[in-house]
Design a protein around this ligand. Structure first.
Ligand code: HEM
Ligand code: HEM
Length: 183
């Protein structure tokens, strides 16, 4: 089904968008904090366990969020815009959707194939696998590199939303907040 006939994002799309946006930005900040601002040791290990547990929950919700978008399609732009802006916006949206899944999947691959269990707050334990060093290291590289790509995409995405709202004064931002299709 395509969303092209509709003018604004529905309630499910809007709730999904903002919950996952907060979760992903929060997890980026949390991960960078653990990596760069906490020295190695038990405290860092404990924070990393929490990072992993939340990350698994983000994957579970993120799969529903991305699945919903794939099933319902993107909306056509809120207002006419130059072709190159349309292309950049589409590439950014697909990149963000991919990032929502690549981040937790690469993190889980790092841990599981490094031989470590993942405990989701003790409610569910995903058992560590037999160690495959190259796979765990590759996944760690992907986790780290995707962080930088995602930060750049999110910055571009926010600047785009602000430009539409403040300069073009079209309905791009409000149709993702209040769900109105016009300003
Ligand atoms: C949900 C999305 C996630 C985001 C946005 C995220 C983000 C980050 C960030 C920003 C870092 C530190 C920067 C760096 O690696 O250079 C990091 C480190 C780490 N994350 Fe995640 N993470 C996510 C999910 C997960 C999950 C689900 C796991 C494992 C179950 C995980 C495991 C790790 C580990 C082991 C590290 C430290 C080692 C490393 O540098 O790769 N992450 N994460
Ligand atoms: C403060 C931060 C954010 C703002 C102001 C914002 C704003 C918006 C707006 C206005 C749209 C609608 C675009 C349109 O109608 O064509 C949108 C769509 C979208 N945003 Fe964000 N966004 C933010 C953060 C994020 C984050 C962190 C992610 C993902 C990691 C994300 C992923 C998406 C995606 C994939 C779409 C396409 C439609 C959908 O699938 O929901 N956004 N965003």
């Amino acid at each position: 089904m395509s969303g092209r006939g509709r003018l604004a994002y529905g309630i499910v799309s809007r709730i999904n968008h903002w919950i996952v946006a907060l979760a992903i930005i929060g997890m980026l900040v949390f991960g960078i904090y653990i990596d760069d601002f906490v020295s190695e040791g038990p405290a860092q290990g404990a924070l990393l366990q929490t990072h992993k547990a939340i990350g698994v929950l983000v994957l579970a919700y993120g799969l529903c969020r991305v699945g919903w978008r794939l099933a319902h399609g993107f909306l056509a732009p809120a207002a006419p815009m130059p072709y190159w802006q349309d292309v950049i916006s589409k590439v950014t949206h697909w990149g963000l959707l991919a990032g929502i899944l690549i981040m937790p999947i690469s993190g889980m691959t790092t841990s599981l194939f490094g031989g470590h269990d993942i405990s989701v707050f003790g409610l569910l334990v995903i058992p560590g696998q037999q160690k495959i060093g190259w796979l765990s290291e590759l996944a760690e590289e992907v986790h780290g590199a995707t962080v930088n790509i995602l930060i750049a995409l999110i910055a571009l995405h926010i600047l785009g939303a602000l430009k539409h709202h403040l300069i073009d004064r079209d309905a791009t931002l409000v149709r993702m907040t209040s769900g109105k299709s016009a300003r």
